[in-house]
Design a protein around this ligand. Structure first.
Ligand code: GLC
Length: 455
């Protein structure tokens, strides 16, 4: 029988095998190492996928690869303000990069979404980059890196892009569909929770990392001005529990003017039938999205768990989110931690919202599939809320299947019992996520790399 230690050893070996080198230096990890399926772009290093790899390396005392990654991706950041609508705007970080040989010399080649299916923009990459820079700084105590002028400038560029005043008069950022982990059309355009929580975490990280000098003062002021309304907006208006649901149920529609209760004009008829019975009395969560006449009542896991870890959710809300996970364990965890979102879009709704995407058919892939990389987020959130029993239970489930199933990318089915139809095997963030989850249990102080106290 494989013991947990054997599994951890195997996971480390696999993670090390996924490292990519640039001019002799380790700079990232490929997305998957599946020899049976065409790589397409899974042989590239995705910024978001590298996060658990980076955390695992930082926890193991191997920060060099993270440092190199941060440097290399900074050189790839888009800089020039240009009028060409087909080019990435200044500040944007790529979704992924790979190493190419040009005239016998290794070169970096980045994808800002120009090659991606559906041409989706990776808005989360630049936010993760700042969050990771803080984690690296905390783990190593090396503040000099973040203080280098190129790093200060890179951070500023990201913030200038994200804080720019555009059309929407909300403190959240407006993005197109598929701009983050869910990188296909799934009705996650506008103000999806995951982006808003990462935005919050990046703002707080930048506040710590930016020097207070003349170059940064405008940026630091803008961060300060944005943080409080953003936190209020998310805690107050995205929050759903039974009390709030009752308020929405009895909302009046079409209220005009400044001081109205139903400020986003959410109609009670848009509350899905499953919700009132599904919400436990002591549970709650942050909605998937909020905009004019629209509250997305689906539960999105990464956004909710990161909200706990980074203190977007207040202590009471964080406990309620964990209560929900505990009481709806079969739906949200089932046979593999954990569902990327719940519930799935089905029937006509699936056809219209996803554009009848066969990869995202109900209870598959992004549309209600179970993704083992989410394990580390769950463990970190459980630790933050002192609910370790949930973390241990989830790790035990993951441990019993991942190795035998060859570390797949995702699972299908309501309970996550089927190996994902098009899932890659030996998916790096599945492997790294398992390692990080275990490291967090053995060394709880590693939670500091990502967490914040409430402001
Ligand atoms: C899929 C996922 C995306 C991930 C990529 C590489 O496109 O939706 O989140 O970064 O695969 O693993």
């Amino acid at each position: 029988m494989t013991t947990k230690n054997d599994l951890i050893k195997e996971a480390w070996e696999r993670l090390e095998k996924s490292i990519i080198y640039y001019r002799g230096q380790p700079v990232g990890t490929i997305a998957a190492n599946d020899s049976e399926v065409a790589a397409v772009n899974y042989d590239q290093c995705f910024i978001r996928d590298f996060v658990p790899s980076a955390l695992a390396f930082l926890m193991k005392g191997q920060p060099e690869i993270v440092r190199n990654f941060l440097k290399v991706t900074l050189t790839l950041q888009s800089h020039d303000p240009q009028m060409d609508a087909f080019k990435p705007g200044p500040g944007l970080m790529p979704a992924s990069f790979k190493i190419e040989l040009k005239d016998d010399r290794e070169d970096l080649s980045a994808d800002f979404g120009e090659h991606a299916i559906g041409r989706v923009p990776p808005v989360d990459s630049c936010l993760w980059w700042i969050i990771l820079l803080r984690a690296y700084t905390k783990a190593t105590g090396d503040i000099a890196l973040a203080r280098q002028s190129e790093f200060q400038e890179g951070t500023r560029l990201i913030l200038q892009m994200c804080l720019a005043h555009r059309f929407a008069m909300y403190p959240t950022i407006l993005v197109p569909d598929g701009a983050f982990t869910i990188d296909r059309r799934m009705g996650v355009y506008e103000h999806p929770l995951e982006i808003q929580v990462l935005f919050y975490a990046a703002l707080r990280a930048a506040k710590e990392l930016l020097l207070s000098d003349d170059d940064n003062c405008t940026c630091l002021d803008a961060i300060e001005q944005r943080l409080a309304p953003l936190t209020y907006h998310l805690r107050e208006y995205y929050w759903i529990d039974l009390k709030r649901l009752n308020e929405i149920y009895r909302y009046r529609g079409d209220e005009f003017g400044k001081e109205v209760a139903n400020r986003f004009n959410i109609y009670a008829e848009s509350i899905p039938n499953w919700l009132s019975d599904w919400l436990p009395k002591n549970g709650g969560y942050l909605a998937g999205n909020l905009g004019p006449g629209r509250m997305d009542f689906r539960f999105f896991t990464l956004g909710n768990l990161m909200a706990i870890i980074t203190a977007v959710a207040c202590d009471r809300e964080s406990q309620q989110i964990m209560n929900l996970i505990e009481q709806r364990w079969n739906d949200l965890i089932g046979d593999m931690p954990m569902k990327i979102c719940f519930p799935a879009l089905e029937g006509l709704e699936w056809q219209i919202v996803t554009g009848a995407d066969p990869k995202n058919r109900p209870w598959s892939y992004h549309n209600g599939g179970n993704w083992p990389f989410l394990l580390w987020f769950l463990v970190a959130a459980a630790q933050k809320t002192n609910r370790l029993e949930l973390a241990k239970k989830a790790i035990a489930i993951a441990q019993s299947y991942l190795d035998e199933d060859e570390w797949p990318e995702y699972y299908d089915g309501k309970k996550g019992r089927l190996l994902g139809k098009q899932a890659r095997k030996y998916q790096t963030w599945t492997i790294a996520g398992f390692l990080v989850a275990n490291e967090l249990i053995s060394h709880p102080h590693y939670l500091d790399l990502l967490s914040y106290e409430m402001e």
